[in-house]
Design a protein around this ligand. Structure first.
Ligand SMILES: C=C(O[C@@H]1C=C(C(=O)O)C=C[C@H]1O)C(=O)O
Length: 103
């Protein structure tokens, strides 16, 4: 049986490194926009600010992301820092959304 394996050759210049990073960032922005829609939707199901912050859920998300990061070769400390910053920003957005829904 033939198994096709795609190997991306290493970049040969800083410009190429940056072009590849830009392409990944573009995918990340698209995914984050989808995530943001869901975070906004979550606000409608919550009764107060404590429920919006949901620290127990945040802890579970971080633990899961750290595990997946290790499996994928991403430094878990980097993953945790990125997710904590992202979730912090989304909580601010969700708090604003929640306050608007309440009015
Ligand atoms: C989206 C939620 O609300 C908040 C945002 C979270 C996130 O961005 O992953 C997780 C928990 C909450 O702090 C949720 O409760 O699931």
């Amino acid at each position: 049986m033939m198994i096709a394996v795609t190997v991306t050759p290493p970049p040969t210049s800083l410009a190429e490194v940056r072009a590849r990073i830009d392409a990944i960032d573009s995918d990340l922005v698209r995914l984050l926009a989808r995530r943001q829609d869901l975070v906004r939707a979550a606000a409608a199901f919550k009764s107060d600010d404590q429920a919006v912050r949901a620290p127990d859920r945040v802890a579970r998300v971080i633990a899961s992301v750290r595990e997946r990061a290790s499996a994928e070769g991403l430094d878990p400390a980097v993953a945790e820092a990125v997710w904590r910053a992202m979730i912090g920003a989304f909580i601010e957005l969700e708090l604003a959304e929640h306050a608007t829904n309440r009015d």
